[in-house]
Design a protein around this ligand. Sequence first.
Ligand code: GLY
Length: 407
Amino acid sequence: MNKFVLGLTLLCFCGCSHQSTEIMDADKALDYCAVQVGRTLKELKGDSVIDYTMMPRNIMDSLTTWECRKVTKEEWTSGFWPGILWYDYEYTHDEAIKLEAEKFTSSLSFLAHTPAYDHDLGFLIFCSYGNAYRLTKNPAYKQIILNAADTLATLFNPVVGTILSWPREVGPRHWPHNTIMDNMINLEMLFWASKNGGGKRLYDIAVSHADKTMKCQFRPDYTSYHVAVYDTITGNLIKGVTHQGYADNSMWARGQAWAIYGYTMCYRETKDTKYLDFVQKISDVYLNDLPSDYVPYWDFSAPNIPNAPRDASAAAIVASALLELSTYLDGEKAAQYKDVAIKMLKNLSSRAYQSGESKPSFLLHSTGHWPAGSEINASIIYADYYYIEALLRYKRLADGENVLGRF
Ligand code: GLY
């Protein structure tokens, strides 16, 4: 019996009802985020004015200030900082933060009329403009998301049935059609656009992508390949490989996290129970092999475990996903997923993982790209994004509201 199943069994055996038992102080953690947002804005302003085209990306282990990157179609993380500002505004209702969110968001508007560079357009636009529209209902924001969804759809290959994630890797790597697990997140923009005037085709593309990925990009034990390489003539899988994981056959923590988040979202958008069944299997294989603090090593087969670097970003992504997933289930599974998500958030909110006064980021200890020696044990902007998202999801649940905060 594995650890996760044993936990479930004990939960029932002890006569506990199927109620979530974990609680945390979300306001305390969100207040902390608000302080860190203020520190980051102060740092970005420096002695003069903010350059709204420069987005915080990371703070390396030995440093204390953000490395910022220019907004370009190639810089995939540029939507997270505007998204954090929108989430912070949602919590604080601070109009000054809203103003900053609007200005940083608008730096990404050029993407609405730029040919697709890669699948990351979904991260870029939906984390920024998606939250902007959710909170303001500004029709200009809606149009930008609709344009971006149409642009993302140009990468869909109907023979394969998935989106080409990295056009730039077709030639150099001999990956004729490649789809990475991260791409699952970007289906959310297609589902949203389909419901908001973009047409049924976008829904069909998202479903096709999710189905083919479910069929081809997971091993029999429900762990995922980071990259699926497909034949463009037959549409068949050629091979599953890694790019950011330890080995082709290992479970890269953030890749599995993207899958858990992505299939939870696919169930939400389609109500197809095959996704609900599947996401529990891919979640359980992840949960069953975590360290005691629920923050994974950057790859589940990383060398030097237990001294390998962690990936707090994966923990934040999974916590956010499991809070949502718990609302689609009943009984012990719902309670189990909610409790484990709260434990993740509690540990991320501890001194071991929060940057505290040492840096203006929310979190420490994420790993971006270990094989490339890049962003190891660092603060990374997408960890902060999913952390504040998960805190807000938890707060909404605790307040009896819709977990997604749609209004
Ligand atoms: N989408 C790239 C990553 O997760 O690092």
